[in-house]
Design a protein around this ligand. Structure first.
Ligand code: AKB
Length: 332
């Protein structure tokens, strides 16, 4: 690599004539727009196509190509890949943990049937495919602090089951058909400009907006619930660096990545250093609490650090300072 993935220079894996053409599915979720922005700085605006089934806000149209794509429609997906000469596919469409428990049929459809379409298309067209997994791919019988790369995975949510399925299917396609499948297990991701949709870790984003706007927040997890979290810039940089890593450096196809762990109580105290009037009350959602109680408290990520140089930049103090600054400025 010529520079860190967040820098402006081109990736060394790609020459001018051979830049990857990237399709991002589920592009209007928490991570798609940010990843597209980072990738476009690196490989050019027109080489990154953001897609979703919803109409985006105007600024998304202005920042680069956006198209309709439905991952449940195999023909539509194939047409997009062929017509745009796609070489990398970042598959962000998913139904998250809390929403999945309320609509298991939808989660099965999107997270399992949709994934099958993605893997088949990627195999058929020789694509590099990135599928995020999650701390949710572990369950109450997994070791929790820290959770190793390889251990018992018996999640109790449809989201978790579908993500274990994705890890196993992707690795199977890699070994059976040579598919360039790449998968990172993300912690809860914290971002200022984009909202998560229906996860268990969502409180850790919502609390910042409430702290700046009203100074009051009702938390739906117990104050002592410790979970692994990561600032969005670290998550997107990890994704890009992992996507660019030469295949021969990847001992695994699925890696844990870790940055920090905190509880709602720790987070409140840190935010109060900037916004001392913040008041947090607790109204525990039993579904989310049961999910969080079975999830890792930290991920063991030495393999990612060893094989492709993963290194996080944000710990809790930097995260809080950055989030409070961004959201305060955005509200002015
Ligand atoms: C969720 O809470 O469902 C997600 C995740 C940790 O995968 N944010």
């Amino acid at each position: 690599r010529q520079s860190s993935a967040s820098g402006r220079s081109q990736c060394s894996a790609c020459t001018d004539t051979d830049l990857p053409k990237v399709l991002i599915t589920g592009g209007l979720g928490q991570l798609g727009v940010g990843l597209a922005k980072m990738l476009r700085r690196r490989i050019g605006k027109t080489n990154v196509i953001l897609s979703d089934i919803r109409k985006p806000p105007n600024h998304v149209y202005h920042n680069g190509p956006f198209i309709f794509s439905d991952i449940l429609d195999y023909k539509n997906l194939r047409e997009i890949v062929v017509n745009n000469n796609i070489s990398w596919l970042v598959h962000y469409s998913a139904v998250l943990s809390a929403v999945g428990e309320n609509n298991v049929a939808l989660a099965k459809e999107v997270n399992i049937t949709g994934l099958h379409n993605i893997l088949d298309i990627a195999t058929e067209h020789g694509l590099r495919v990135f599928v995020p997994s999650t701390i949710g791919a572990f369950g109450p019988s997994s070791p929790r602090d820290p959770t190793p790369e390889l251990c018992v995975q018996r999640p109790r949510t449809i989201y978790g089951v579908s993500k274990v399925h994705a890890e196993l299917m992707g690795e199977y396609y890699h070994h059976r058909y040579g598919l360039d499948f790449r998968c990172l297990r993300y912690p809860g991701i914290i971002s200022a400009d984009s909202q998560p949709g229906g996860g268990t870790t969502d409180y850790a984003v919502q609390i910042f907006h409430a702290a700046v706007k009203t100074g009051q927040f009702e938390c739906n997890l117990r104050g002592d619930t410790r979970l692994p979290m990561m600032y969005i810039d670290d998550c997107l940089r990890a994704t890009l660096e992992f996507l660019e890593a030469p295949a021969e450096t990847l001992v695994n196809r699925t890696y844990n990545i870790n940055a920090m762990s905190f509880t709602p109580h720790d987070l409140t105290q840190e935010i109060q250093k900037f916004l001392p009037d913040l008041k947090v009350t607790y109204n525990v959602d039993p579904v989310r609490q049961a999910i969080a109680d079975g999830w890792p408290m930290a991920l063991e990520d030495s393999a990612a650090r060893r094989d492709w140089g993963w290194n996080h930049e944000y710990d809790l103090p930097e995260l809080v300072q950055t989030m409070v600054t961004h959201i305060t400025m955005g509200n002015q």
